[in-house]
Design a binder for this molecule. Structure first.
Ligand code: MN
Length: 214
């Protein structure tokens, strides 16, 4: 079955003023849609991969045939990353994290403010396009990391607990070249309930964050 663009779970304008409606519309309807379209186009050449989830495909890129590996890495990654991204944001989100994720942040980073500073710094320093993540390690600990392009921590054996998109298409219309301003404002729309679901999925050893959080 072909991969499908999931609907945005709120209106284009729902995350204003942090993210403007035009950015949301272009980001979801054009950018994410293109990743899905291009992923499906690549997989048409290898129908035997049709039953695999996008997460499964990017978890083991070496198992993907040479002729479509780059397309799957970029577009499968783009699909997985953006499917997460819409869900880990919500209108009137933000505030301090609660629950298990709050404890994990406190344990690894001391306090939420120090964590945000380190996360924002990693996002600001990612050269060119990419993502900044809180990723889960096999032993259960968490780490901040950034990835280029549409690469996802899954491809390195890590669990994508949550991440922020630092491609210019995510912020340029409103923030222009001021990526650090976007990174700082973004915390105001984080959906901590959804992040907690993903963190719980990680802690329980699940391999599919998208399925686990449905
Ligand atoms: Mn994006």
């Amino acid at each position: 079955m072909a991969h499908e663009l999931p609907p945005l779970p709120y209106d284009y304008s729902a995350l204003e003023p942090v993210i403007d409606a035009q950015t949301m519309k272009l980001h979801h309807d054009m950018h994410h849609a293109a990743y899905v379209k291009n992923l499906n186009a690549a997989l048409e050449k290898h129908p035997n991969l049709g039953s695999k989830s996008a997460e499964d495909l990017i978890r083991n890129l070496n198992a993907v045939p040479d002729d479509i590996r780059a397309a799957v890495r970029n577009n499968g990654g783009g699909h997985v990353n953006h499917t997460m991204f819409w869900k880990i944001m919500k209108p009137q989100g933000g505030g301090d994290p609660a629950g298990a994720i709050a404890d994990a942040i406190k344990k690894s980073f001391g306090n939420f403010n120090d964590f945000k500073t380190k996360f924002n710094d990693a996002g600001a320093k990612q050269f060119g396009s990419g993502w900044v993540w809180l990723a889960g390690k096999p032993g259960g600990d968490v780490q901040i990391m950034s990835t280029p392009n549409q690469d996802n921590p899954i491809s390195q054996g890590l669990f994508p607990i949550f991440g922020n998109d630092v491609w210019e298409h995510a912020y340029y219309l409103k923030y222009n070249n001021r990526r650090p301003e976007y990174l700082a404002a973004w915390w105001g729309v984080v959906n901590w309930d959804e992040v907690n679901k993903r963190y719980e999925a990680f802690k329980s050893g699940k391999l599919e964050p998208a399925l686990a959080s449905r």
